[in-house]
Design a protein around this ligand. Sequence first.
Ligand code: NAP
Length: 318
Amino acid sequence: MADTDVRNVIVIGGGPAGYTAALYSARALLEPLVIEGVSWGGQLMNTSEVENFPGYSEGVLGPKMMSDLRAQAKRFGTEFVTDDAVRVDLSQRPFVVETGEATYRAKVLIIATGARARELGCPSEAALQGKGVSYCAVCDAAFFRDQKIVVVGGGDSALEDALFLTRFAEKVSIVHRRDEFRAEPIMLARARSNEKIELITSAVVDEVLGAESGKVTGLRLRSSKTDETWEIEAGGVFVAIGHDPNTSLFLDSLDHDEAGYLKTKAHSTATNLHGVFAAGDVQDPVFRQAVTAAGSGCMAALEAERLLAVEEQERAAG
Ligand code: NAP
């Protein structure tokens, strides 16, 4: 396994936060290395049109936007490793990051590993992903024109997805595990007044049906009150039950909340460890936007640059 020189900055993560952190660090002449992951680009790689990223007045496809961000970071000298970080050692500086192939060391680490959509966890879900099971209504809605669709979840994402899907689907059933909805009342009111939307409460998905035919044909639901099960017909199921941060590598070393999101200091991307910063969805359960992720990636790079400059001055002063 190759053991490389100590870098100024390693960014882990190839989404809007990671590439923006790399862009700013590269322009500060810190020669950053981005360990961007095998499937770089982050959640926007599964999105179609992005209409709310400033600067793209006509909208842009998610993958195109991510390759633009990557190219911009590259232009100023960012180096990329298209592999997953599999282990880190943050117990001393320089910090150590390992991929399957090599070991990298850096004075400063910027963690921008993002978050991923939660899965239902029922047996046939994985086999039917891309065959009727989707985690992104905006990406896949058009494939379900005039069909019966189920959205799972009771938060704002589920209701927003359901309302969006009514533009395409014949009928949208929202399946939620409780009677009370977590979503904003205004979203619930909109859903209730939409005649294409049906609310099925106190029910969970027991199984996604259709594995033997290779595409979703329906769902088996289970009452969370009585355990009774029943089946409903559906051509597609959109899972909108929240996200989990990609923080398993860091939970032993860094402060995090109950859900695993890394904690950063107020008005800063600094974690509890000197020299380790966190940017983007990995530390943000609230806003989760590409533009806010990019903004915090910029913050992390500026903070990294300042920290390294102060340390350099201290070294020079002896
Ligand atoms: P969320 O608010 O965490 O809601 C997740 C929903 O999924 C909850 O209703 C939860 O049920 C349910 N759930 C979780 N795990 C489940 C499981 N294993 N099986 C069945 N159901 C499960 O997530 P979100 O809707 O993605 O929203 C995240 C944040 O983004 C929120 O702050 C939200 O307000 C914000 N957001 C805002 C907008 C907007 O303003 N336009 C749009 C989208 C999202 P319980 O309620 O029983 O826990």
